[in-house]
Design a protein around this ligand. Structure first.
Ligand SMILES: Cc1cc2nc3c(=O)[nH]c(=O)nc-3n(C[C@H](O)[C@H](O)[C@H](O)COP(=O)(O)O)c2cc1C
Length: 359
């Protein structure tokens, strides 16, 4: 199935396995790439060394193109936020989980510049990004090295901005999508536009290949996305319960049981809106929504709690990102999910065209 996306990237299938920070494993990326899809390393939280290791692992097991996904840092992130209230909310939870009082030292997240350096040095074929627009120097460096770029948009306006800076193709993320919202323009209200409405509007506005993300779980979703003007789909939730997934076993269990009403969007874990399976922590913080420190501060403030909760198997405090299509997630191998999607999409497309009344 050739589309503007497969031709641009040099893959055989119009499917991207989403780079899911903290969940994607090199095994998942290799399985996706060797199936003919574009596999993506979710590198957002990885140290430069860990990222390099994952890239080399993938390179040693596939000759097909693959991508690395990173988070674009906010240029004017303020550290003047009042953290007192959040510290007070977190204190009893830390005690319950047997953690010491929170240290005053600010955590040191991996620097985007260092992660990007690894991407450039390793000659990764595709650089995928979310949460913003890279600086012109970053886009130039990728162009010079022949690295293709995939940027994430959640509105037509964001898609136009990505096109303007020279992105190769645009991931259009609908409100159904699991994980963090890629929204980067300063909207007063977070735009939560569904894929069905958003894909054709972006496809009309830009001349780049559009990759539909959000709620695509099987071949029906792929066929629908293509019909709406997309040239490929990016799937995340569909791979969460696969054997190659790095998600915690209890998280995978919840994914297998969850239904479409079980997810919600929240800032409780990271300070940036994201969709996941509803937890006690999300409900507890709902009343404080306006005073949650912005991303990435809240992410690092809750990091130890999430880690300890995972060790103790307490899903109440774990982040379990998943999209609204979660009921359709299976525990199949990545390669089988991809081949099922393709076969079903072909049946659906054929069925539609053969059922169409001829004048
Ligand atoms: C567990 C999880 C983690 C995610 N992490 C990232 C990430 O690190 N970078 C990114 O660009 N998108 C991330 N996403 C969003 C995906 O790229 C994509 O938009 C989404 O999975 C598509 O919707 P779906 O989950 O309904 O398939 C994540 C999604 C999930 C489910």
């Amino acid at each position: 199935m050739q589309t503007a996306f497969t031709q641009l990237i040099g893959v055989s299938l119009p499917i991207v396995q989403a780079g899911m920070a903290g969940v994607t494993t090199p095994e998942m990326v290799v399985a996706a790439a060797n199936s003919g899809a574009l596999g993506t390393i979710g590198g957002g939280y990885l140290s430069p060394d860990a990222l390099r290791q994952q890239i080399r692992h993938v390179k040693s097991r596939t000759n097909n193109p693959f991508a690395v996904n990173l988070f674009i840092p906010k240029a004017n992130a303020s550290d003047a936020t009042d953290l007192k209230q959040m510290r007070e909310i977190l204190a009893p939870i830390r005690t319950r989980l047997g953690l010491d009082a929170m240290s005053d030292a600010a955590p040191e997240p991996p620097r985007f510049e260092d992660q990007l350096q690894v991407v450039l040095e390793e000659g990764v074929p595709v650089f995928s990004f979310t949460f913003g627009v890279p600086a012109p120097a970053v886009m130039d460096a990728c162009k010079q090295q022949g690295i293709l770029t995939l940027g994430t948009a959640t509105t037509v306006e964001e898609a136009l901005e990505l096109e303007r800076v020279g992105t190769s193709a645009i991931v259009v993320q609908g409100a159904e999508a699991g994980g963090h919202r890629g929204t980067f323009l300063p909207y007063v209200r977070e735009p939560l536009i569904g894929s069905f409405a958003l894909i054709p509007q972006v496809a009309d506005a830009v001349s780049l290949p559009v990759i539909a993300a959000g709620g695509v779980m099987d071949g029906r979703g792929l066929a629908a996305a293509l019909a709406l003007g997309a040239a490929a789909v990016q799937m995340g939730t569909a791979f969460l319960a696969s054997p190659e997934s790095g998600a915690h076993p209890l998280y995978q269990e919840r994914v297998k049981q969850a239904i479409e009403t079980d997810t919600d969007v929240t800032k409780a874990y990271s300070g940036k809106l994201a969709r996941g399976i509803r937890t006690k922590w999300m409900e507890q913080l709902a009343t404080y929504h306006a005073s949650i420190p912005p991303y990435p501060i809240q992410h690092y403030m809750t990091q130890e709690i999430r880690k300890r909760a995972a060790e103790l198997g307490m899903t109440d405090y774990m982040s379990m990102w998943a999209g609204q299509g979660v009921r359709l997630a299976t525990e199949h191998f990545v390669a089988d999910i991809i081949s099922d999607v393709m076969q079903q999409a072909q049946r659906v497309i054929h069925g539609l065209s053969s059922n169409w009344p001829t004048a």
